[in-house]
Design a protein around this ligand. Structure first.
Ligand code: SF4
Length: 475
């Protein structure tokens, strides 16, 4: 039972040399100049505020703070407890930072991040400065833990004496409610998404986790829950009152729960919100009726995980969509004037030259507004990672097994070397983005200074990735 009284909590994204994104149990380097709001900390800020804590937020990455400056800021607030983000590539630095924070007075440190989801028990045993790991951020269970009431805590791993205990998820309801985040505590002006029209923006959650089974994804078959539509609408009202016009729905898969989604969209239209918003979804969840309602509610961009132009690969990695569904969703988006971002995964173990070519051909055929060609990455808690380890293609103990920018392959496929996949990726990026018709269209559609800035930054980033970086990689 915890004896110390916890009144002041710091939500922390520790310093890092670079735009390292630690968010929603996923960590990687930003591929451009964008850096988005950490959803975990946003959701926790709302819940802990409602639970009565005094809070501060320090996003040292977004603010570009050095270790020394970050500690100086923390000293000013003098928290009793710290809830910090961490990631696969930064854990050693993060825990060293947290150890120092505790030396300076914080009594409790709770971590949240991909590496803790997979290796939490082991890391709790190894690092006495780490008191607990959160396995969910849409929860009030952390409050019970901080009050020393482990019977009401939930979805955590905690140290009790010399033992580590796993506390299961308790809330089995399909619909959940959470208070709106304390957006005002975050440095909103420091966050950017590559396709935003207005600045700053605000992140909203309409559902948590994902019921689908894509074998390269760390969120596959996680306990999906939708948020009460009225609860989301109240959250949007808070954002409107702050004068923000750009909203990002951060659900891993928007519109899984069709009834909740339709109620939410109708509520947004009735409320007359003047938001421009975007979301991530799946092509098989979309149809013309739903997409036209989304458009009427202000949706301007949908990100779809298309992954591959090869049906065989889509099936092999359990994406559970068809090429025909991809074509239909992108066609509907065009008809409704909704922009699209298609994300692809290149270099999965069964990737061949032919499947890569099919992927590029599909990207050029469906013509999304933006395309993101990512390298397959054996992230913690994925089936892909387990398969690679079992097959001897990956040493689980080797350091630096991930390229955190997802732009350089970290393993060869059964048919292609890592270098061949990397060369194709750069070829695909150039083929897609350097078409004169594409460039003219993009320039024609710029409607705000924010968009113009984004295009300039992203253009430089693209040139660096596909021209300068390949030279470094040995081409
Ligand atoms: S890739 Fe998308 S649809 Fe597939 S499991 Fe992950 S979040 Fe769900």
């Amino acid at each position: 039972m915890r004896k110390v009284r916890i009144e002041k909590i710091l939500l922390l994204n520790p310093p890092f040399d670079g735009l390292y994104i630690r968010d929603q149990f996923c960590s990687h380097l930003s591929k451009g100049t964008y850096y988005w709001q950490p959803l975990d900390l946003l959701c926790l800020s709302g819940c802990l505020h409602a639970d009565g804590y005094e809070m501060a937020v320090l996003d040292a990455v977004a603010e570009g703070l050095s270790i020394e400056k970050a500690h100086a800021r923390i000293d000013e607030f003098s928290p009793d407890a710290v809830i910090f983000l961490t990631g696969c590539d930064s854990f050693d630095e993060d825990i060293a930072f947290v150890e120092e924070t505790k030396r300076r007075g914080a009594k409790v440190a709770i971590g949240i991040g991909d590496i803790l989801r997979e290796q939490g028990e082991e890391l709790l045993r190894k690092h006495p400065a780490l008191d607990a790991c959160l396995l969910d951020f849409v929860t009030h269970g952390v409050h019970s833990y901080l009050q020393g009431n482990l019977d009401k805590a939930e979805n955590m791993m905690v140290r009790t004496g010399t033992k580590v205990r796993r506390i299961p998820a308790r809330d089995k309801q399909k619909l959940f409610s959470v208070p709106p985040p304390r957006y005002d505590l975050f440095p909103l002006k420091q966050y950017r998404l590559p396709h935003n029209r207005y600045h700053p923006y605000a992140t909203v959650l309409a559902s948590s986790n994902c019921p689908y089974g894509c074998s390269f994804c760390p969120f596959a078959r996680t306990a999906y829950r939708a948020r009460e539509a009225d609860d989301v609408l109240r959250n949007l009202e808070v954002i409107r009152n702050m004068g923000i016009r750009q909203v990002h729905f951060a659900d891993w898969t928007f519109a899984v729960h069709r009834k909740q989604t339709m109620t939410l969209l109708e509520g947004m239209i009735d409320a007359g919100f003047d938001f421009t918003w975007d979301c991530l979804s799946r092509v098989d969840l979309m149809d013309h009726e739903l997409m036209s309602l989304m458009r009427r509610a202000g949706c301007e961009l949908i990100e779809f995980g298309v992954e591959s132009g090869s049906q065989a690969l889509l099936d092999r990695y359990e994406k559970d969509i068809t090429i025909e569904q991809i074509r239909r969703a992108f066609q509907s988006a065009k008809e409704l004037d909704i922009s699209t971002l298609a994300t692809f995964v290149l270099g999965l173990p069964d990737e061949t030259r032919e499947s890569l070519q099919k992927t590029l051909a599909l990207a050029l055929e469906i013509e999304p507004t933006f395309c993101s060609f990512n390298m397959a990455s054996p992230q913690p808690a994925t089936q892909l990672r387990r398969e690679l380890i079992d097959g001897g293609g990956l040493n689980p103990d080797a350091p630096a097994i991930l390229d955190s920018s997802r732009s350089v392959p970290v393993f060869s496929t059964s048919y292609l070397s890592a270098k061949e996949v990397y060369e194709f990726r750069n070829h695909a990026v150039r083929q897609f983005y350097l078409r004169p018709s594409y460039v003219v269209n993009r320039l024609r559609n710029i409607r705000s200074m924010e968009e113009l800035q984004n295009h300039i930054f992203n253009g430089f980033s693209l040139a660096w990735q596909t021209v300068v970086k390949p030279l470094k990689y040995g081409n």
